[in-house]
Design a protein around this ligand. Structure first.
Ligand SMILES: [Zn+2]
Length: 284
């Protein structure tokens, strides 16, 4: 089994030449990449025809699809009306995923909203149970929801919180955003030892088989000492932004895991995904 690599949305180099995301899967496959994360961060506004077209092209090109649900999803909001909206956003994301044949939907964990981490986490756990039940009721039980680790310190979603969210249902997989974890730890979550500790923790909570299929975002990130994540960078940016891909690639290759890595570099996500794949392959 091998890890998979691809871009989050459309890189600048793609958008310069192409207008339609339906062209993306073929273009990505042409580079030698394996997957594509379709972006619905600002809302789920994609129609059935477009979704099916992207799905057909992805199938032809052998590109695995995932979908990023709206950024404003907050599982830790205790308001029942807000939960109904959240369920609506996630089930719409699942509907589009089903049209596309996307296997995974990435969802943000939430914000603390001035609560303690534990209080916020308990609300998020309850919300996620309802989200999973609603997805099952509406026929989306085959779509894998992936709660994401978040980059700002006052957001819910450190690694342990996301792993606990994943215990709500055995189908859930974590979306481990290593850039976010690096930013919220102010640069501490970086290097061979840290990556070994993190991957071992995932395996400890979810078991090896499930851990091996984890979903992931990777990019270099700039952070501030108080808040954590400031912005996504590219591999070419000077300034010493981390985390370092090479030791993580070595760990994933050594474990023989088939994780999915979506590169979220700002503008060069396809090129940087290819660089990630090249380094990973050098360890196999
Ligand atoms: Zn995200």
């Amino acid at each position: 089994m091998s890890a998979r690599f691809g871009p989050a949305g459309n890189s600048d180099s793609f958008s310069k030449v192409h207008k339609s995301s339906a062209d993306a899967p073929g273009w990505i496959a042409g580079l030698g990449l394996d997957c594509y994360e379709y972006q619905c961060g600002k809302g789920v506004h994609v129609g059935e025809e477009t979704a099916r077209k992207v799905g057909e092209k992805a199938k032809e090109a052998g590109i695995a699809l995932s979908l990023h649900a709206p950024y404003f999803i907050n599982l830790a909001n205790p308001d029942p009306e807000a939960l109904q909206k959240t369920i609506g956003y996630i089930t719409s994301a699942c509907r589009v995923s089903q049209w596309m044949g996307a296997e995974r939907v990435v969802i943000h964990s939430g914000a603390l909203m001035k609560r303690t981490r534990r209080e916020a986490q308990d609300i998020a756990l309850r919300s996620l149970r309802e989200v999973v039940a609603a997805c099952d009721d509406q026929g989306f039980g085959d779509i894998i929801l992936c709660p994401e680790t978040m980059g700002k310190i006052n957001q819910l979603g450190d690694l342990d919180e996301v792993l606990e969210l994943c215990t709500v249902d055995e189908r859930l997989l974590p979306c481990i955003d290593f850039g976010h974890l690096y930013a919220r730890s102010l640069g501490a979550d970086d290097g061979a030892e840290a990556f070994d500790r993190m991957l071992s923790r995932v395996e400890e909570v979810l078991g090896r088989e499930r851990a091996s299929r984890f979903h992931s975002h990777f990019s270099h990130i700039e952070f501030t000492p108080k808040g954590g994540e400031k912005c996504h960078r590219t591999f070419d940016d000077d300034g010493g932004y981390g985390p370092d891909w090479t030791p993580l690639a070595a760990q994933v290759a050594a474990r023989g895991w088939s994780s999915t890595f979506i590169c979220e570099s700002a503008g060069t996500q396809a090129e940087d995904a290819l660089e990630m794949k090249r380094i990973y392959e050098s360890f196999r």
